[in-house]
Design a protein around this ligand. Structure first.
Ligand code: FES
Length: 570
């Protein structure tokens, strides 16, 4: 089978001359026809600080590609820095995926190495690779090393929430809070808790899309560069074998990712990302699969935000392979990786070097750790909760709704001493779904009212159609679908209604007769949010984004479109 790039470089005519001549720039004569052209889709950016080291990783990939007879090509792609991009990086995930997909298809490329790290970067790269279906392999950029403050390890994100709540509760001074800021980010790399970046890096491996044994390697660890070098060699082999995402990313590999997500206690954001990646391939994955496959998987990893340790500890303790080695019987035994061999065959003995960090199957942190999918008259299309991050006493709860129509409304009223709220109330935040915000921000772990914090309350039931940071925790019901701005019943809830959360029974309901709920009008703020004038990407996004329950992709990007070579323009 001729290489795809030969459609550009393989002829002796004027057009092939043009394609080769402009690309020579010192490349040897034999760098074109017959040699695999490998794009390095690189999300390095100074504005994505978690990925700013990826140029060095790319250099190692380049060496590996040359070693194996390929030609490496740097391809800077849209990068999303979680802490900087407004209104929320999630608004741009699909744009990054679309732009990367189009550039891979438009150029003389035979395969691609995907360099990501910060939350949305690996999902967008995998969505793109799935759609264009060229041989593709991920190098996760890796977590940062553990920073400490006053002798205590700091978890990125998680400890920001904890420390800021302590300031609000009056138990930490504002000066000490600011002092901790300089200690939080110790090295290159992404957040070091089991947040979204760590989760998606590890799940990229569980899906089979990394060189086995790579994910979770700290960004500052020189072994990451060695793995990047080997990955450069591997992608050349993958091109020869025509090993494409459609062969690697099967229903079995998504099963493996869901098992890993549960055993790791990974971020809830993985749900919406895995659904979107599966959608690009036509793999039938539904919200309920997360509950069905993951519910009985034990929680084995004691990492923040739910636990104690950080990513450097997980790597030291044996990493993903040690975790998966404990649940190997739950994995799909046939799902292959980018090596062409099944994931399960790569696990070997996979010893646990620190049982405090990685627990054995016989002594798990929790016997069941997956994502629980809730349904009911408040979430006809589903909602999710991560029981491992919730308070056990709140998993079954009935309380009076206190409703906020926007993040701004929340901030204006939540600390009002006169707000009619108590520890049993259910805080509802709506207008935060994909269409309503727009972009589905990580705001669902809404702060508790200051007067309750001061009274010692540390968790309450919260319900939202948005997402929650993977570094956050609490009894938070997320991704309520349909979202309020898209006509979901959440738009009709009023302060004072009774809401019942029943995680064991998998339900989320408002105690109203069907007829009364149907007859109510949605809150005006929900329809007003959609009517706001927009342009450009935001307009396209709001008009075409799907619900969280199907991955919040754009409806016209669902499904693979392949790597056909477009017509010549010269
Ligand atoms: Fe980039 Fe957390 S901000 S991974």
């Amino acid at each position: 089978m001729p290489l795809r790039s030969e459609a550009w470089y393989g002829g002796q005519d004027r057009n092939s001359y043009i394609h080769r001549a402009w690309m020579r720039r010192g490349a040897p004569n034999d760098a074109f026809a017959g040699r695999p052209q490998v794009a390095i889709a690189n999300t390095a950016s100074d504005l994505t600080p978690c990925n700013s080291h990826l140029n060095e990783v790319a250099d190692s990939v380049r060496q590996g590609v040359w070693d194996a007879g390929g030609v490496p090509l740097n391809l800077p792609v849209v990068s999303l820095g979680e802490t900087n991009v407004r209104p929320t990086a999630m608004l741009w995930r699909n744009m990054a995926a679309m732009a990367t997909e189009e550039m891979l298809r438009a150029n003389p490329i035979d395969g691609v190495v995907l360099l990501g790290g910060c939350d949305k970067t690996i999902p967008s790269l995998l969505m793109a690779a799935a759609s264009v279906d060229l041989p593709a392999v991920v190098v996760p950029g890796g977590p940062m090393l553990t920073g400490t403050f006053r002798g205590t390890p700091l978890g990125c994100g998680t400890d920001v929430w904890r420390l800021s709540e302590e300031v609000r509760a009056g138990t930490l001074s504002a000066e000490a809070f600011l002092e901790s800021e300089a200690s939080m980010i110790r090295s290159r790399g992404h957040c070091n808790t089991m947040g979204t970046a760590s989760t998606m890096g590890l799940l990229a491996e569980a899906l089979g899309t990394t060189l086995p044994g790579t994910s979770g390697t700290p960004a500052a660890d020189s072994r990451l560069l060695a793995r990047a070098h080997e990955t450069g060699r591997l992608v050349v082999d993958m091109i020869a074998a025509e090993r494409r995402p459609s062969e690697v990313l099967t229903a079995g590999s998504f099963r493996n990712a869901i098992v890993a997500l549960a055993a790791l206690g990974g971020s809830t954001n993985a749900v919406v990302h895995l659904l979107a990646i599966a959608g690009r391939l036509g793999v039938p994955l539904s919200l309920d699969d997360f509950d069905r496959i993951g519910a009985d998987v034990p929680l084995l990893v004691d990492l923040q935000p739910a636990g104690r340790f950080l990513m450097e500890d997980l790597h030291r303790a044996g990493g993903l392979h040690a975790v998966l080695g404990q649940v190997v019987d739950l994995l799909d035994q046939d799902a292959i990786t980018v090596t062409g061999r099944p994931l399960a065959s790569h696990l070997g003995d996979a010893p646990i070097w620190d049982p405090e960090v990685i627990h054995t199957r016989g002594a798990p942190l929790r016997p069941d750790a997956g994502i629980a999918v809730l349904r009911g008259n408040l979430a006809p299309n589903g909602a999710i909760i991560k029981p491992a991050a919730a308070s056990a006493h709140l998993l079954t709860h009935r309380g009076r709704a206190v409703v906020f129509d926007s993040v701004e409304d929340l901030h204006a009223r939540v600390d009002d001493p006169d707000l009619d709220v108590d520890a049993d109330s259910v805080l509802v935040l709506r207008g935060c779904g994909p269409r309503g915000y727009p972009g589905m921000p990580e705001v669902a772990n809404l702060p508790l009212p200051r007067k309750l914090l001061r009274a010692g309350v540390r968790d309450m039931v919260r319900v939202c159609d948005g997402r929650m940071s993977g570094t956050a925790y609490g009894t938070v019901v997320l991704h309520v679908a349909p979202e309020a701005a898209a006509g979901g019943p959440l738009a009709k809830v009023r302060t004072g209604d009774r809401i019942t959360l029943d995680v064991p029974g998998r339900s989320l309901t408002v105690d109203l007769p069907d007829a009364e709920l149907a007859a109510r009008e949605p809150a005006p703020a929900m329809t007003e949010a959609l009517a706001r004038p927009r342009r450009g990407w935001e307009q396209l996004y709001v008009n075409t984004v799907t619900g969280a329950d199907t991955g919040a992709d754009l409806d016209f990007l669902v499904g693979a479109s392949g790597h056909a070579v477009a017509r010549e323009s010269h």
